[in-house]
Design a protein around this ligand. Sequence first.
Ligand SMILES: Cc1cc2nc3c(=O)[nH]c(=O)nc-3n(C[C@H](O)[C@H](O)[C@H](O)COP(=O)(O)OP(=O)(O)OC[C@H]3O[C@@H](n4cnc5c(N)ncnc54)[C@H](O)[C@@H]3O)c2cc1C
Length: 425
Amino acid sequence: MSQIKKVVIIGGGFGGVAAAKQLSDLPNVKVVLLDKRNHHLFQPLLYQVATAALSPSDIAYPLRSIFSKSSNIRVVMGNVCDIDRSAKEVILEDGGKFSYDYLIVAVGARHSYFGHPEWEEHAFGLKTLNDALRIREKILLSFEKAERAETPEEIAKYLTFVVVGGGPTGVEMAGAIAEITKKTMVEDFRKINPKVAKIILIDSGSRLLSQYPEVLSEHARRDLHQMGVRVTCGKTVTDIQADRIYFGDEMIMTANIVWAAGNEAAPLMTKLGVELTRSKQIKVRPDFSIPDDDHVFCIGDCVSLMDANGKTVPGIAPAAAQAGRYVAKLILKRLHGQPKSGERPFKYMDKGSMATIGRASAIAVIGPLKLTGLLAWLAWSLIHVWFLIDFRSRVAVMFSWMWSFFTHHRAARLIIYVRKRTANK
Ligand SMILES: Cc1cc2nc3c(=O)[nH]c(=O)nc-3n(C[C@H](O)[C@H](O)[C@H](O)COP(=O)(O)OP(=O)(O)OC[C@H]3O[C@@H](n4cnc5c(N)ncnc54)[C@H](O)[C@@H]3O)c2cc1C
């Protein structure tokens, strides 16, 4: 390879950062990493920002700092609004253009409200720091409003918390809200008793955490029940309004609804001119390239792929990172003129999965091992701290966790009046 080649990566999440790191410091490759935000976000701990356990800077890291020592990587902050495949250019909202020899699209996913976008106004989802801070604000403000409310009905409305979606995020949110109401807040109010708060977790499926073995789902349900969470499976949400939610044959008055139920790929995927699935993902080829184009690769949560083992690649951080590294290596091989015939299709390496339920309670599947309780929670904690991007965050998160483990306090209980609407992905 003699000529310098340009690789443009859209998205500085798990997939984009892994791809860029793989291409770092190579002499004949120039990389432009574009993101509409200036930070890489560790989404797995986002619920802890939403529930005041961690601060935003504990789980987000400036993209520029990640690549400050990689001379061939240019980080550009900008919102990509179009992709012109015939001109091999990506176009930014502000009119900026970047040409590419190879393009990697790693723009992730956003919430889906199953055809009811109007629900978003009352039921915030959790994808960005802004989302997390809005949820935190709503939860904390609800306690303040309950303290000043005049009637028992009004107090009950502010002290009822509904989480829609029984996947890992929904379970984590419900468990964390239970801890806040039953432990953190108990001594802080004079008129209300936060312990009487109701927490309801709704899922339309037959059980929580449906991607985990049934025995672990049941364990999670039992732990949540002990923490005071009412788990309601098999009921579909039919309407959400400012002060109430309808599901199954029930209606509940509540000022707090968290949406953790549906995902769809980021809107940019519609600009590639390729057929999309129902959740707006692109069905990529086994090497993550899009149909009919060997120069455009899509990875992470915005794609759907059955890997070489015949298994659907899951929408989780390790899968996005593995895809990023795989595609970057593939591009390098092609730049060095290696024949496509020698390439191996992607195989996802499953190192296990885990979800936390609350203090000292989690579930984990690692190979044939199924863990629950304190052991699973310790494994979850260590792995999540380990994968945080920098040393300062690891120390800060460990310290915050130890502090709240022994005191039940949450350090980030601040109401700061966050932006009303998130610039949704
Ligand atoms: C609340 C929550 C909890 C989770 N918990 C876990 C967990 O415990 N374990 C786990 O493995 N996974 C977890 N996940 C999933 C995991 O975070 C995702 O699978 C992973 O982030 C996907 O990586 P990605 O690179 O595809 O997208 P992302 O990491 O979402 O990155 C996408 C990037 O693209 C940028 N972007 C989007 N559109 C544009 C545009 N038009 N122009 C410029 N930039 C753009 C975004 O700003 C973002 O930085 C969780 C996700 C959430 C939301």
